[in-house]
Design a protein around this ligand. Sequence first.
Ligand code: B12
Length: 487
Amino acid sequence: MILFYNPKATKSRNRRLPLSILAVAAVLEGKEDYAIVDGNLDPHPTESLIARIRERPVELLAVTVMPGPQTVGAGASCREIRARFPELPIVWGGYFASNYTAAALNAGYVDYAVRGQGELTLLELLEAIRGHRELKTIAGLSYKDSDGRPRHNPERPLRSLDDFPWYPYHRVPVEKYLLPTFLGRRTTVHQASIGCPFRCNFCGVVNFSGSREKMESPARTGDILRHLAQTYGVDAVQFYDNNFFLREDHTRELADRIAPLNLRWWCEGRADIMMGYADATFEAIRRAGCAMIFFGAESGSNEILKEMNKDLCAEDTLALATRIRRFGIIPEFSIIFGNPKDPEGDTRDCIRFIRQLKRLNPDSEIVVEHYTPVPQRTRMYGNVEDQMQFPTTPDEWATERWQRFATQKDPRTPWLRPRTKQLIENFELVVSSRWPTVQALRLPSWGRWVLKILSSWRYKLGIYAAPLELRWTQQLLALRKPKEESL
Ligand code: B12
């Protein structure tokens, strides 16, 4: 049997279908015996894994790991399982294994790391474990050779999602993952493409997919969503794609196919690409149920956008903020604060840019990010190679200091002075109180008003220092933080 493990990633009220595991399990469905343990549902996943292993022989423990809390759960469970069942091979896949491959293999409890798209790599790894193939022939695989030295095989070219079977939804309790959000009562998740063709040098996806993207056909996305709506009563979708709207013809076809399903949905797009779209396409997207689009605006300075390799200009973001209002779609703009060369100046510029966006479109939602570097194939944004030393093991990644880094809560980067960090956080608190997010489903309307009234003088006068009253009020109201919790 193959045992899959999705370590706990989030609070239980935010749990989502474990798509990473479903994607790789799909290629085993009907051919292999497998089981799934999801730490987002199961409060004692290590015990459950152990119980499964005792039940019947397990050939491989296959774990999906993202940087952040999943690294903690993955490390703890795998260490325990290695101690009890030293012969059982363990493979890690996902963003941690792809971006921090060497660190993953440095753990005594990880034998294989799968980089990038994992379906075929997993199938070939199973062949190798069964003695029918050599490890060195498996593209996308990293492993330790017989001397314990790390080996990194060449990259695996991305395949279209249509080349793989549908996810085996029936193998998980789908009902438990359908959550109320501002989009609908039964929100699900779907990813209709993999990778990203851009080269932004602050992003973890570039290394993962080598600046390439493959999309699912609109027909298949439509069929899957119809199945989810008809079988499970899904009425809303969060799309995980890094770039949902890459091509206008694809977008139009997809919108037309989704429209009859009466879903409300959220996705990510690029301002420059969408600015090239016709009004009729925006209308089609709206008709198809699109409620909000997330845009990585990153900065209001074209110089900094260039330094980020973003291939975007600030004017496109500003124009998009104005244009999208006409179609009743809310834009959610994410801004990266703290350019390493001049964090103070950049922070002031970012604040100015956000204020401009809010003037053009007050409905805009704002996501404030602290620049948190990710290793790149080329240089990192800000040329910070000399200033950054990443952990070399998953256990080090699991420490409090690096958890706060990975979750972007407190990157503690050498160039970010505590005073500047405080200003960024204060500004975030003021702007998120002045316009409480529409994603905060449980926030009562009186709570919204209290936050608005308490913060409007600060926003108007640009006084952000020590907003204790806002911090307490947000805590009291348990205001949702979309950047940490997803929708
Ligand atoms: C869903 C998601 C989440 C969910 C987690 C859901 C869960 N697993 O339970 C939530 C919202 C909780 C979340 C939180 C965070 N996330 Co997140 N998340 C994503 C997102 C949007 C989609 C991932 C996904 O499921 N895709 C669908 C599946 C099918 O694709 P996949 O995961 O890539 O899986 C394929 C391969 O990776 C591989 N594979 C994956 N697992 C395995 C396992 C095995 C055994 C094998 C063989 C192969 C394999 O094969 C799969 C099929 O090809 C990605 C961005 C993206 N679009 O990829 C970011 C992303 C992975 N997250 C990221 C980050 C930074 C975080 C946070 C740290 C953010 C924060 N501020 O807190 C937290 C950390 C939480 C944690 N778990 O540790 C970054 C990682 C960057 C990096 N440095 O590597 C990404 C890339 C976003 C980004 N652009 O920056 N996230």
